[in-house]
Design a protein around this ligand. Structure first.
Ligand SMILES: *[C@@H]1O[C@H](CO)[C@@H](O)[C@H](O)[C@H]1NC(C)=O
Ligand SMILES: *[C@@H]1O[C@H](CO)[C@@H](O)[C@H](O)[C@H]1NC(C)=O
Ligand SMILES: *[C@@H]1O[C@H](CO)[C@@H](O)[C@H](O)[C@H]1NC(C)=O
Ligand SMILES: *[C@@H]1O[C@H](CO)[C@@H](O)[C@H](O)[C@H]1NC(C)=O
Ligand SMILES: *[C@@H]1O[C@H](CO)[C@@H](O)[C@H](O)[C@H]1NC(C)=O
Ligand SMILES: *[C@@H]1O[C@H](CO)[C@@H](O)[C@H](O)[C@H]1NC(C)=O
Ligand SMILES: *[C@@H]1O[C@H](CO)[C@@H](O)[C@H](O)[C@H]1NC(C)=O
Ligand SMILES: *[C@@H]1O[C@H](CO)[C@@H](O)[C@H](O)[C@H]1NC(C)=O
Length: 286
């Protein structure tokens, strides 16, 4: 059975907003910042990778800057929001971090775009220890097409992945879930971190179905460092700085937490074919 849903939400420009987190999935959307952050402080499983970045404080095209990271965290039992009162939600958080002051003090000439995709094709039966590398997970054709489209400045325009990747991940037109929005990375005192939060179910305590799936899910994380366009929703579309492509899995499981060994075999547990692609374009508003 396949679920065929394709939604592109309208572009949002929220340049006065203060938050640096976007939530996706029915359940994550209803969870308060404080409940989410509390759960993520005792996260059950994590993964992270270094990515090449830029010093956004200088005008585009800036200069290279070290110490950018993307990371993933999974928490098994976040207290459910209104729609899941009395239940718990398994949350996945993907976070971008730059060196101190680089995101919060970004120059308005930059457009930082982030795309995250997951697919059943990107599930591993155990710990992958990818350290962010997509080799062995995505074909060379898909990887180089993605890198090319980042450098050409087209990848940040919309949610569309290069054809090679779409075929490979089985994210064909009409299949999957996509969303595009823009909001500021530069917000009052927010830390130098931007998050995407995801949670698509709620469960009773002791039900590990969603957790077992979440620690096996590899997320394709695409980061683009583009030049700002005339509106907040789109970059200029000119050739950009090379961005990065990472594959992240929360495969470093805490000692007190359920590991891959305990988890049920996903091959038999999931018949529903759900493909998800989320895109968030972040415009750096002044
Ligand atoms: C990156 O981190 C290292 C070690 O923490 C530090 O020495 C270096 O100054 C940092 N570089 C930048 C650009 O922040
Ligand atoms: C991946 O990261 C782990 C933990 O940080 C490290 O032990 C391992 O050597 C890394 N593997 C590769 C291939 O870099
Ligand atoms: C997405 O952007 C690319 C490059 O600008 C373009 O070729 C493609 O038609 C766009 N797709 C959609 C659905 O807008
Ligand atoms: C922002 O930072 C300044 C100085 O660090 C502090 O005085 C102020 O209270 C902060 N504002 C908010 C909303 O956190
Ligand atoms: C929720 O997301 C996970 C991870 O992407 C996926 O394995 C699962 O099938 C999804 N569940 C539903 C009900 O959409
Ligand atoms: C466990 O939770 C999932 C949602 O994550 C739900 O689909 C499933 O029915 C629950 N299992 C039991 C035995 O309640
Ligand atoms: C987890 O267990 C390992 C090996 O027993 C130990 O070295 C490590 O310190 C433990 N980590 C935590 C956070 O307790
Ligand atoms: C996740 O961590 C919390 C807090 O340490 C713990 O209570 C919970 O049992 C863990 N969940 C799983 C599935 O291991």
């Amino acid at each position: 059975m396949k679920s065929n849903i394709f939604i592109i939400a309208s572009l949002l420009s929220l340049c006065s907003a203060d938050a640096s987190a976007d939530s996706f999935g029915n359940e994550a959307e209803g969870i308060s910042d404080s409940d989410w952050n509390l759960a993520m402080r005792s996260t059950n499983a994590t993964g992270s990778a270094s990515i090449p970045g830029y010093n956004l404080r200088k005008k585009y095209p800036g200069e290279k800057s070290d110490n950018w990271t993307v990371s993933i965290s999974v928490a098994s039992d976040i207290i459910g929001g209104n729609s899941a009162a009395g239940k718990f939600v398994t949350g996945t958080q993907i976070e971008w971090k730059g060196p101190p002051g680089v995101i919060s003090g970004a120059d308005s000439s930059w457009f930082l775009c982030r795309n995250v995709y997951s697919s059943l094709k990107l599930k591993q039966s155990g710990a992958g220890a990818t350290n962010g590398s997509c080799s062995g997970l995505l074909s060379d054709g898909c990887l180089s097409a993605l890198q090319d489209s980042l450098e050409a400045g087209t990848q940040c325009q919309n949610t569309t992945l290069p054809t090679d990747c779409v075929d490979e991940l089985e994210l064909t037109s009409g299949q999957g879930f996509g969303l595009t929005s823009a909001h500021p990375a530069k917000s009052s005192n927010t830390s130098d971190s931007i998050q995407i939060r995801y949670g698509n179910e709620s469960h009773d305590q002791g039900n590990f179905t969603a957790y077992d799936a979440a620690i096996r899910q590899v997320w394709l994380v695409v980061t683009g460092f583009a030049q700002a366009g005339s509106d907040d929703a789109h970059p200029r579309g000119s050739a950009g700085q090379p961005g990065s492509v990472a594959c992240l899995q929360a495969d470093e499981v805490q000692n007190n937490s359920r590991d891959f060994k305990n988890a049920a075999d996903i091959a038999s547990s999931s018949l529903v074919h759900v493909l998800i692609g989320l895109t968030v374009a972040v415009s750096l508003c002044w």
